[in-house]
Design a protein around this ligand. Structure first.
Ligand code: FE2
Ligand code: FE2
Length: 307
C-alpha cells in the first residue's frame, strides 16, 4: 500500500496506513468516534465508502451523539449516517438533547442509547444486526454469508449523571445476546479512563471488544486483553481538530476564562476521522487485532459550512 499524502494545509499528516487484509475467518469492524457537528457528519458521509473499501470492513459502528451541532442527533442526521453505510449508531450523555429524536430512538433499530438509562427512557441499549460477511479477503475464494453482530451501548458514572450500574446492567443482556451471537461490540461511553479500563477487564473474555467514546481525544492504549477482548480507552472524534473537542476555541475559552455560559458553536478547520478497526474470529468471537486510525479529510467545496 503506498502512503497517501494528506490534503494541503492539514495538520494531521498523511492518511493512515491501511492494515493488511483481514485473516481468513475474521470479521473486520470499523468503529468511528463521536461524530461532531457538520464537519464530522460530512467527513463520514464523504469518506465512509472509500474507507470501507480500503479497510475491507464488514460492519461499521459510529458514535453519533454530537452530530447535531455538537448536541445530540436528529432523525434526519441519523438517516444520513445510515445511508452512508453506518450499520449501527451509538450515543451517550447527549442521546436525548434533541427532542425530535426521542420517538425515533424507539422505532429505528439501528440507533442505540446507553443501556443503563432508566428502562422507561425511549430507545434501546443494544441491538443484534445481520451482517453480510466475506469469510476471506481473497476475492476468488470468497463465500458471502450472513453473521449476527451485537452492539451494546453503555455509559459510565464517574463525573457523569448517576445512571444505573453499567456493570450490573450489562450481564443479563450478554446472556440474552449469547443465544444469538458471540460477536459482541461494546461502546463504553465514559469520562474516566479508570472506569473504561475497569469495564474492559470486567468484560474480558465475555465480549469481542470494549471500545471507549465520549472524551473526543484518541488514546494510544489499544490492546488485546488476556481473555481475547479488544480494548481502547477512547477511539477519538470525527470533526474539527482546530477546536476544543470539536467546538469553537474562542467560545470554549470564554467559558473557561470568563466563566460565562455561552453556547458553544462547532469549529470547522482541520477535519479528521478518528476510530479503530477490530478483527474478530467469527468461530469464537475472540479479537485477533485492533488498530487506530486518524484520517485527515478535505471536505469537498459544497460540504464546508459549519452547523
Ligand atoms: Fe461526545
Ligand atoms: Fe458524551
Amino acid at each position: 500500500m503506498t502512503k497517501e499524502e494528506g490534503p494541503d494545509g492539514m495538520g494531521a499528516g498523511p492518511k493512515f496506513k491501511v492494515p493488511s487484509a483481514k485473516p481468513d475467518g475474521a470479521l473486520r469492524v470499523l468503529f468511528l468516534g463521536d461524530v461532531c457537528a457538520e464537519p464530522g457528519r460530512k467527513a463520514v458521509e464523504q469518506e465512509l465508502a472509500g474507507l470501507r473499501r480500503r479497510l475491507g470492513a464488514d460492519f461499521i459502528i459510529v458514535n453519533g451523539e454530537n452530530a447535531a451541532g455538537g448536541y445530540g442527533i436528529t432523525p434526519k442526521l441519523a438517516d444520513g449516517l445510515l445511508r452512508a453505510g453506518v450499520g449501527c449508531i451509538t450515543t451517550g450523555d447527549h442521546a436525548y438533547d434533541r427532542k425530535e429524536v426521542w420517538e425515533y430512538l424507539g422505532t429505528e433499530r439501528r440507533i442505540l442509547r446507553p443501556l443503563n438509562f432508566p428502562p422507561q427512557a425511549p430507545g434501546r441499549g443494544y441491538g443484534v444486526f445481520e451482517v453480510c460477511w466475506a469469510n476471506t479477503a481473497a476475492i476468488e475464494e470468497t463465500k458471502e454469508t450472513k453473521v449476527k453482530v451485537a452492539v451494546v451501548n453503555l455509559q459510565g458514572r464517574v463525573f457523569m449523571k448517576p445512571l444505573d450500574c453499567p456493570f450490573r446492567r450489562v450481564l443479563p443482556v450478554l446472556d440474552e445476546i449469547r443465544r444469538e451471537t458471540q460477536l459482541v461490540f461494546v461502546d463504553i461511553h465514559a469520562e474516566a479512563t479508570a472506569e473504561k479500563q475497569g469495564m474492559s477487564w470486567f468484560l474480558d473474555g465475555r465480549v469481542s471488544a470494549v471500545l471507549g467514546s465520549h472524551t473526543h481525544v484518541q488514546t494510544a492504549d489499544e490492546a488485546i486483553l488476556a481473555g481475547g477482548t479488544a480494548f481502547i480507552s477512547d477511539v477519538g472524534m470525527c470533526g474539527s481538530f482546530d477546536s476544543v473537542l470539536g467546538m469553537s476555541k474562542d467560545l470554549s475559552l470564554r467559558r473557561m476564562v470568563e466563566m460565562v455560559p455561552v453556547r458553544l458553536q462547532p469549529a470547522t478547520g482541520d477535519v479528521r476521522l478518528n476510530g479503530v478497526w477490530v478483527d474478530v474470529e467469527v468461530a469464537t468471537g475472540r479479537a485477533l487485532a485492533i488498530g487506530r486510525l486518524s484520517e485527515p479529510v478535505a471536505l469537498s467545496a459544497n460540504q464546508t459550512a459549519a452547523g
